[in-house]
Design a protein around this ligand. Structure first.
Ligand code: ZN
Length: 320
């Protein structure tokens, strides 16, 4: 039997030992090379595009020879105003890409010896960088599987039976329950969305699935509307999970990863940020056969080309 990819040496091309042995200067050079790949890591002014700058080495800053603008390697990127050392930043990225079901923020803060808040915001910024590869705006083609899964809004039954409420009734619900609707090419990308009901998936399919594609869905009646636009395979899960190639197993395995991430690592996620976790799980799913060195490179290079995060920059400094 062939060896599983994750057990092979080819899947391990980066380690914490390598990162810390190479040290802070090497980590800094990595960030420069990812930010300015076209000049091999030589600074390019973000203001005027001039490629000659004075180096203020003591502060790791640059001053443009043309317009005198001062900038650093992270100016204008997701990591703007970072305080963490570059070597720790690289280590954080390594830890996060190694965690195939995500990693809890308490655990990351212990590994890096930083505050919980620092780890929390850093991980969310990295999820933004991953989301760039997931939410590309391109339509899905060939064979697409669609399904939805509920997350959050669990109501804990009261201790005594007499105090328990009917959890099915709307007035007893928390309003925090969301549905992740995912569309997944059988041999390609995964595209998740967060909605209030699974039926909203029909509109999402209209926007995101190529008209020449074919679709697989389960027996839920709101998917009947898909037949108007595409050739749709249906599989009735109360009778069978996979019927001669008719199945939604690929999209189910995405949900399985997301559920293990949310329940096993984070334990609680806010409905407001559920889409970030969904993008993270989709990115992991789509890159499951990529070695960890390449994964870290993808994340750093996306982060260096992503604009300053409006949602996460100064998150904890913000007034409540
Ligand atoms: Zn300039």
């Amino acid at each position: 039997m062939a060896q599983h990819f994750l057990l092979s040496a080819a899947s391990r091309t980066l380690s914490l030992r390598k990162i810390y042995k190479a040290g802070e200067d090497a980590a800094y050079r990595t960030f420069c090379e990812m930010r300015w790949p076209e000049t091999n890591g030589e600074a390019v002014c973000p203001c005027c595009g001039h490629d000659e700058a004075y180096k203020i080495t003591t502060r790791r800053k640059f001053k443009c020879k043309a317009c005198h603008h001062q900038f650093s390697v992270t100016s204008g990127t997701i990591f703007a105003s970072r305080k963490m050392d570059f070597v720790d930043l690289l280590a954080a990225i390594c830890i996060i890409v190694n965690a195939s079901k995500g990693v809890s923020m308490v655990q990351l803060s212990r590994d890096l010896d930083c505050q919980y808040k620092t780890a929390f915001v850093l991980a969310h910024k990295l999820r933004e960088a991953m989301a760039q590869e997931v939410q590309t705006g391109e339509v899905l083609t060939d064979h697409v599987e669609i399904d939805g899964a509920y997350f959050g809004g669990h109501i804990r039954p009261a201790n005594a039976k007499a105090d328990r409420v009917d959890r099915r009734l709307k007035e007893n619900q928390t309003g925090k329950r969301r549905v992740v609707v995912a569309l997944r090419e059988r041999e390609g990308r995964t595209l998740p969305f967060v909605t209030m009901s699974e039926a909203e998936g029909v509109a999402l399919a209209n926007e995101n699935v190529d008209r020449m594609a074919t679709i697989s869905a389960d027996e839920a009646s709101h998917w009947d509307l898909l037949h108007a636009g595409w050739d749709v395979d249906r599989v009735n899960h109360s009778e069978i999970y996979s019927d001669h190639g008719k199945h939604t197993n690929m999209v189910e395995s995405f949900f399985s990863r997301l559920r293990r991430m949310v329940e096993g690592q984070h334990h609680h996620v806010s409905p407001q940020y559920l889409y970030q976790y969904a993008n993270h799980a989709a990115w992991l799913e789509d890159n499951r056969r990529t070695d960890n060195g390449t994964l870290a490179q993808i994340v750093v290079s996306n982060a260096m080309s992503a604009p300053v995060s409006r949602q996460w920059k100064g998150y904890w400094q913000r007034a409540a």
